[in-house]
Design a protein around this ligand. Structure first.
Ligand code: NAD
Length: 314
C-alpha cells in the first residue's frame, strides 16, 4: 500500500512523473493512492488510484486533505516561476517559501517519516558562475525565486534532521522538451528547438550556434526524482541537496543531433539571432562537475542522441 503525493502535478515535469508513477509504482511497489495537488486540472483522471485535489498548496486545508491518508512519499514540484515571482514578491514567497515549509511541517506526526523530494533549481547559483561549477560552488541567487528555492533546500534538510521527513533536494537545469510555445519564457527556445525541428517547422533562436547550455530530458529528470525518493537515505550528504547531472552541449550540437534524426534539411530551418541578454543567461554555461550526484546514482542523458529521444517522448 503506497501513497504518493505530487504537488504541481499538472505541470510539465509533474505530468511526466505522474504517468511514470502510475505505470511503474515506487521502489517496485504499485501505488495504492496517488494524490495530485495543483490549482486546477484539465479533466478527471481515468485511473481510479488518482485523487485530484484542486486548490493551492498555500491552503492548510488542502494540505491536510492530501495528508489525511498516511503518506509514503511527496514530490514537491509546485512553484511560481522566476519571472512571475520577481513581479509578485508576495505570491512567490507564499508558494515557493511558506507553502514549502507548510508541506514539511504538516508531515509531522505521520506514522513513518515519508520520503520528500523537492525540485530546486540551478537558479540558486545566480548569474555570475565560476569557470567550473561543482558541488562546492556556493550558491548566490540572483532572483528571489532562486533565494526561496535555496531556502527550501535548507528547510528540507532541517525537516529531515528533525525526523519529520526523509528529504532530498535536486537542482534541476532547464528541462526539455516542454510542449507548447512557452510564451513569455526566455528559455522557451531550448524546448521549441526539439518540437519545431521534429515537425519540420522553422525557428529563430535568440542565441548563437556556439552558445553552451546545460541540458536534461524530462524523462531523465523523472528518473532522477524517482531515484531520490528510493535510494537509501543513509547515503545522503548532510546538505541533502544535489545538482542533477547534465549534458553540456552547444545549441549547434543539439541541432546536429536533431538533423541526424529527422533529416539534414532541418539545419536550414534554424535562424540564429543572438540576443546578448538571453545568450548570457541561457547559452553561456561553464562545465559542471557532479561526482557526488553521480555516485548517488543520479544521471544525465548519456548522449545527445538519447537526450533527443527522451526529450520528445513526453
Ligand atoms: N522545467 C524546468 O526547466 C525547471 C528548471 C528548474 C527548476 N524547475 C522546478 O521544477 C518544478 C517543476 O517544474 P515544471 O517545469 O513542471 O513547472 P510548471 O510551471 O510546468 O508546473 C508547476 C505547476 O505548479 C502549479 N502550481 C503553481 N502554484 C500552485 C499552488 N499555489 N498550488 C498548487 N499548485 C501550484 C502550476 O499550476 C503548475 O501546474 C518547479 O518547482 C520548478 O521550479 C523546473
Amino acid at each position: 500500500m503506497t501513497h504518493v503525493v505530487v504537488t504541481g502535478a499538472e505541470g510539465f515535469v509533474g505530468r511526466a512523473l505522474v504517468q511514470r508513477l502510475l505505470a511503474q509504482g515506487l521502489a517496485g511497489q504499485p501505488l495504492s493512492r496517488l494524490t495530485l495537488l495543483d490549482l486546477g486540472f484539465a479533466g478527471p483522471h481515468a485511473d481510479s488510484r488518482v485523487v485530484q485535489l484542486p486548490g493551492s498548496i498555500a491552503d492548510a486545508a488542502v494540505r491536510r486533505e492530501a495528508y489525511a491518508v498516511p503518506v509514503d512519499a511527496v514530490f514537491h514540484l509546485a512553484s511560481i516561476p522566476g519571472g512571475a515571482a520577481e513581479k509578485d514578491y508576495a505570491l512567490g514567497r507564499s508558494i515557493n517559501l511558506d507553502a514549502t515549509l507548510g508541506l514539511l511541517e504538516d508531515l509531522r506526526g505521520q506514522p513513518v517519516p515519508p520520503r520528500f523530494v523537492f525540485a530546486s533549481t540551478v537558479a540558486v547559483y545566480g548569474e555570475k558562475l565560476p569557470a567550473v561549477v561543482d558541488e562546492a560552488t556556493l550558491p548566490a541567487p540572483g532572483l528571489t525565486y532562486g533565494a526561496h528555492k535555496l531556502a527550501g533546500e535548507y528547510l528540507v534538510a532541517d525537516a529531515s534532521r528533525l525526523g519529520w521527513v526523509q528529504g532530498c533536494s535536486l537542482r534541476l537545469p532547464g528541462v526539455v522538451a516542454r510542449p507548447g510555445e512557452g510564451t513569455g519564457m526566455l528559455s522557451a527556445f531550448m524546448s521549441l528547438l526539439f518540437w519545431r525541428l521534429a515537425a519540420g517547422h522553422p525557428l529563430t533562436v535568440p542565441v548563437s550556434r556556439d552558445g553552451v547550455a546545460w541540458w536534461i530530458s524530462v524523462g531523465r529528470c523523472v528518473d532522477n526524482l524517482l531515484h531520490a525518493a528510493t535510494v537509501d537515505p543513509a547515503r545522503f550528504t548532510a546538505r541533502r541537496s544535489y545538482q542533477m547531472p547534465v549534458l553540456r552541449l552547444t545549441v549547434g550540437e543539439v541541432v546536429d543531433a536533431l538533423a541526424a534524426r529527422f533529416g539534414a534539411d532541418r539545419q536550414a530551418l534554424v535562424t540564429y539571432a543572438p540576443d546578448p541578454f538571453i545568450e548570457r543567461l541561457f547559452a553561456n554555461y561553464p562545465p559542471l562537475a557532479t561526482p557526488q550526484a553521480l555516485e548517488l546514482g543520479l544521471q544525465h542523458d548519456g548522449s545527445v542522441d538519447d537526450l533527443v529521444v527522451r526529450a520528445l517522448a513526453c
